[in-house]
Design a protein around this ligand. Structure first.
Ligand code: HEC
Length: 399
């Protein structure tokens, strides 16, 4: 397909994905808040007599709202019942399509890092797909097993297994692809929770009621457990989805541990809000999160890996030659690298002025994070990275 069309498709999918994600997470946060904020109605009130277990009053957008939650279900089913599922499905479908367009179709540059492991494009995509399917299968079995009855222990085990997944992926794929596949694995678990557990459970409850029976509360309980998991997954997943902007995290030598720390901070922050909605101010959680984030900030501070010695001073011509050989296939107004129609990130490096102007960014990408050349497809050597480092250290002068 035409490279520009693929890129534009990526744009549309990303736009849709963000919109659907906001709708999903927004309604999910709202319902968790609602659940946590409900108060039991007075025992002899009309509400209590109809089976309402909790209710609240809220004002929003110029109107007053009075939602009520039934212990199991109302005596008679209303004609019109709103379901919340397409937000989740649309988020997953658009996200997976985006994954295919951005990562799987460009596995060579976007997923494979020869410094981590030499893989074929098919192997990389296979690993990505297997991580998503495998995560769901294992997670679902765990929730259905005896362990599933102990919520705290189950939570710790799920966190441990996902960290193991992050470690495994970090040993096989480039950092950026490793991160995103942890994210798509968790995202798959979240959407599958809705599709395979929460919605079918609700459907059974509704069917039972239509048949004049009392619905089995087990479906509500199971759905609730999965929905609580989804709630705690949210902040870690959202970090992962923006992590590709932060090379200091995914290109770190212990990127899987950075991810685990960020995820733990996200879970702690979420927990604080969940407690707060119940009227408890548990400050230890945001303090813990702040400490974890502080550790990440310190640990990801740039430390330049040792470089081979070079003869100083280096000349600008040496730098120009390196950039000419290693960078301009992608970073020129009309890139010649297959699949690119625009200079990536808008960075052009095909003129001397552009090179001196971008010296700091070049240093950051080539010497500090070593993200560029992307996937080292143009095979820049350590010697060349050392020349660029020396040139920048000496003031990044042009001719
Ligand atoms: C295979 C194509 C390719 C090659 C070769 C390549 N880059 Fe890049 N570069 C990219 C892509 C794609 C991005 C955008 C990455 C992103 O979206 O995070 C990028 C982004 C950048 C950025 C902007 C990063 C930022 O956020 O500030 C700089 C600077 C950069 N490259 C420098 C270089 C230098 C210097 C070289 C040569 C040593 C090089 N690139 C080689 C594909 C390439």
């Amino acid at each position: 397909m035409d490279a520009h069309l693929v890129e534009f498709l990526g744009l549309l999918l990303r736009w849709l994905h963000v919109i659907a994600g906001i709708a999903w997470i927004g309604s999910s946060f709202y319902f968790i808040w609602l659940d946590n904020s409900l108060d039991a109605p007075p025992p002899d009130s009309d509400a209590a007599k109809k089976g309402v277990a909790g209710e609240l009053w809220a004002v929003h957008g110029g109107g007053f709202y009075n939602p009520q939650k039934y212990a199991v279900a109302p005596a008679a089913l209303p004609e019109k019942l709103h379901w919340f599922k397409w937000e989740a499905y649309t988020t997953w479908l658009s996200g997976t399509a985006l994954l295919v367009v951005v990562y799987w179709l460009r596995a060579q540059t976007m997923m494979i890092d020869p410094a981590v492991r030499e893989l074929s494009a098919w192997q990389a995509v296979g690993i990505g797909l297997a991580s998503m399917v495998g995560s769901w299968v294992i997670y679902d079995l765990l929730c259905r097993s005896k362990l599933g009855k102990n919520n705290a222990l189950l939570g710790v085990i799920i966190f441990g297994l996902l960290t193991l997944l992050a470690w495994g992926l970090s040993q096989t794929l480039g950092g950026r692809a490793a991160f995103i596949h942890v994210g798509t694995s968790i995202g798959t678990i979240m959407a599958a929770n809705v599709f395979f557990v929460i919605i079918p459970g609700q459907r059974r409850m509704v069917e039972a009621m239509r048949a004049g029976q009392t619905p089995d509360p087990i479906y509500g309980k199971r759905g609730k457990q999965r929905s609580v998991h989804n709630n705690y997954f949210t902040l870690p997943v959202l970090f992962i989805m923006i992590s590709n902007h932060y090379a200091s995290t995914y290109s770190h030598p212990h990127n899987w541990a950075i991810l685990a720390l960020m995820a733990a901070a996200g879970v702690a922050i979420r927990h604080f809000f969940n407690r707060r909605h119940k009227g408890v101010l548990a400050w230890q959680y945001p303090i813990l999160a702040a400490v974890l984030l502080g550790v990440v900030a310190w640990w990801t501070a740039p430390r330049v890996a040792p470089l081979p010695p070079v003869t100083r001073p280096v000349t600008f011509d040496q730098v120009r030659t390196i950039v000419g050989q290693r960078c301009v296939t992608c970073h020129s107004p009309v890139p010649t690298f297959a699949g690119l129609t625009q200079p990536p990130a808008g960075v052009v490096l095909n003129t001397p002025a552009a090179i001196t102007q971008n010296a700091q960014r070049i240093y950051q990408q080539v010497v500090v994070t070593r993200i560029m050349p992307l996937g080292n497809v143009t095979q820049a050597t350590d010697q060349e990275r050392a020349i660029i480092a020396a040139w920048v250290a000496d003031g990044a002068k042009g001719n």
